[in-house]
Design a protein around this ligand. Structure first.
Ligand SMILES: [Zn+2]
Length: 337
């Protein structure tokens, strides 16, 4: 955060502007206009997205291997989540099992590394699980998901809308506090709905917490498989018979929309955590069970992207040791992250 000042006609110094770096790619600049009002602008660095392959055999854990190859723990967690039939993979996998991952890397105009992006491909050949998954964002929904080679997503894991049909009133991410001007993370998304509207469990899992919290008001926390948790806040009440320690199924009603805690109107504040980290529920690439084969144009777009990823993998060389196979290549017309 930095600030600058200017001397006015009356000789006094006053604040002329402030800037804050929000991420390696974005800087927020607020400066005083001639009329004395402040105007905020978000400046984005020109970036390019390149693909980066990390492939090899597990020696200690999958996460160690992926991190050694330039990925992150989140990539490893997401990779393991794509093969739920092998619960051991989420705990590290078995020595000798083969993996192949492609991640996006964001670089500036000069090709300098800025940050890692999404996992876009995951293949695994292990004792309990095997297969290949391609990340793809269908035009008609705009929601990223992982699809099999033939264009079919895995079974639905978390519902996109725990309040059916509700309007999203606030998204995930940094926002400025209206009073203090401080940048704060809005760690979930808000769905506006009338008090009393049923709230559904986004996925099957165990109710680990349900009580009154100072900010959350009445809330429910559910633990799911693969390290995911969901939180539902500002409820007006809980579903009858719901207790901590109880198992719920995806779609079960767990409570009702309200405005308890720090809330200015009836809405659901919904959070998703992946291994303890807040993640954006809207852009999570979790399976929905969707089959692209019934929609020719969308299927064709998926196949073109799948073939481009496969071509990159073939050019990136064999997959013996990750150190030998961490190649990068520039992506033409990379989709926006
Ligand atoms: Zn909220």
């Amino acid at each position: 955060m930095s600030a600058w000042f200017e001397t006015g006609e009356d000789g006094t110094e006053h604040l002329a502007g402030v800037s804050a770096k929000l991420s390696p790619k974005a800087t927020l600049v607020a400066s005083r206009r001639a009329d004395g009002q402040f105007q905020a602008n978000l400046l984005s660095a020109r970036t390019t997205t390149v693909l980066h392959r990390v492939a090899g055999r597990i020696d200690t854990t999958l996460a160690d291997a992926i991190i050694a190859g330039g990925g992150t723990r989140q990539h490893a967690d997401q990779f393991a989540g794509l093969f739920p039939e092998d619960p051991a993979l989420a705990k590290g996998g078995r020595k000798g099992e083969r993996f192949d991952a492609v991640i996006e890397v964001v670089a500036d105009e000069r090709g300098n590394f800025l940050e890692t992006g999404d996992l876009v491909f995951a293949a695994f050949n292990g004792k309990e699980a095997s297969g290949s998954w391609y990340r793809f964002t269908p035009d008609d929904t705009g929601l990223p998901e992982f699809f099999s080679r033939s264009g079919i997503a895995g079974d639905e894991f978390l519902l996109r809308d725990p309040v059916r049909g509700a309007e999203m009133s606030s998204g995930f991410g940094n926002r400025m506090h209206p009073i203090t001007g401080e940048m704060l993370l809005h760690a979930g998304i808000d769905f506006r709905a009338p008090t009393g509207t049923p709230i559904r469990a986004a996925g099957s899992g165990l109710v680990t917490d349900m009580r009154y919290g100072e900010g959350y008001g009445w809330f429910v926390r559910i633990r799911h498989e693969r390290g995911y948790e969901t939180v539902y806040a500002h409820m007006s009440g809980f579903a009858e018979n719901l207790t901590p320690g109880r198992t719920v199924m995806r779609g079960d009603v767990i409570g009702y929309v309200g405005s308890t805690g720090s809330s200015t109107g009836a809405h659901l504040h919904y959070e998703v955590l992946s291994n303890g980290f807040y993640v954006n529920p809207q852009t999570l690439a979790l399976p929905t069970g969707r089959d692209l084969t019934g929609n020719k144009p969308v299927l064709a777009a998926f196949e073109a992207q799948r073939d481009a990823i496969d071509a990159f993998r073939n050019n990136a060389g064999g997959s013996q040791l990750f150190a030998a196979t961490t190649n990068t290549a520039r992506v033409a017309n990379a989709p926006a992250p």
